[in-house]
Design a protein around this ligand. Structure first.
Ligand SMILES: NC(=O)C1=CN([C@@H]2O[C@H](COP(=O)(O)OP(=O)(O)OC[C@H]3O[C@@H](n4cnc5c(N)ncnc54)[C@H](OP(=O)(O)O)[C@@H]3O)[C@@H](O)[C@H]2O)C=CC1
Ligand SMILES: O=CCS(=O)(=O)O
Length: 253
């Protein structure tokens, strides 16, 4: 039975991915900080497949290394790592953002992802052919927008790190993908606005955002492609989102 390690499984894409992989019979290693949510997910999904939950903050490199290098035999070989834990904060102009918010995004989206990847790589290399690292990037890593500042930059890191990993893993059989979604309705905007439910609702109102299940389906597709195929980057948007014109600073009329 193949097994998948999913970071940030307590909400959004991670939770939907856990449900999707469980449906296909994969063993699950699920992580996140919110213990109650991990417990609930374990209760739900362990009726279908073996589930191991690890209460982890991906920023804590010692905890991450210890947990991943001591996975029970039952959850090996590790076939897929989904580096999903991440967040955006402070959708204001850069010059108005608290330094702490920038640090939190860097520590989670970059350092956290690197911590987990470093710890899981020996296991994925052992699996070799057919193993995958699926990194959650974002359209924000490719396309700039106001208020994107460090969030977008952290996702540009995810893209380039994914490509560079591909170079070093050539010949090992381990695949790497930068999966870059656009607007998707999860708790993402609630987190980004520090709990402003009205702002979150307003963003998704009157349109058709991607849903967590749409991304989970892509993750499952990527993980189960024939072993000789590597999709380097997969950018996905709702048909109701597209780019906008360049902004121009003009003198007053
Ligand atoms: N929704 C969107 O529009 C898009 C999201 N993304 C990316 O997809 C990923 C998932 O986002 P999404 O599902 O939308 O958002 P959610 O807020 O719904 O889920 C985020 C998950 O990340 C976990 N997480 C956050 N910080 C940490 C941490 N320090 N340690 C461990 N886990 C952490 C949370 O768990 P807990 O709080 O329990 O630790 C939660 O399970 C993120 O990387 C995000 O940047 C990319 C493109 C579009
Ligand atoms: O990564 C999230 C999608 S967006 O908010 O940057 O469009």
């Amino acid at each position: 039975m193949p097994s998948v390690l999913i970071t940030g499984a307590t909400s959004g894409f991670g939770k939907a991915a856990a449900q999707r992989f469980a449906k296909a019979g994969w063993s699950l290693i699920l992580t996140g900080r919110r213990v109650e949510r991990l417990k609930a997910l374990e209760e739900e999904l362990s009726k279908q497949v073996p589930v191991l939950t690890l209460a982890l903050d991906v920023r804590d490199s010692d905890a991450v290394t210890t947990a991943i290098s001591n996975l029970p035999e039952e959850f090996l070989p590790l076939t897929c790592l989904i580096n999903n834990a991440g967040l955006a904060l402070a959708p204001q102009p850069a010059q108005k953002v608290a330094l702490e918010d920038w640090h939190t995004m860097i520590d989670t989206n970059i350092t956290g992802l690197v911590n987990v990847t470093h710890a899981a790589l020996p296991l994925l290399l052992k699996t070799g052919k057919g193993a995958s690292i699926l990194n959650l990037g974002s359209v924000a890593g490719q396309w700039p927008y106001p208020g994107g500042h460090v969030y977008g930059a952290s996702k540009a890191f995810v893209q380039q790190f994914s490509y560079n990993l591909r170079c070093d893993l050539l010949g090992t059989g381990v695949r790497v993908t930068d999966l870059a979604p656009g607007m998707a309705e999860t708790e993402f905007t609630l987190v980004r606005t520090k709990g402003d439910q009205a702002a979150s609702d307003a963003l998704y109102r009157g349109t058709t955002p991607l849903q967590a299940e749409d991304i989970a389906e892509q993750l499952y597709y990527l993980a189960t492609l024939p072993a000789h195929i590597n999709i380097n980057r997969l950018e996905i948007m709702t048909v109701r989102q597209a780019w906008s014109a360049f902004a121009i600073d003009r003198d007053p009329a």
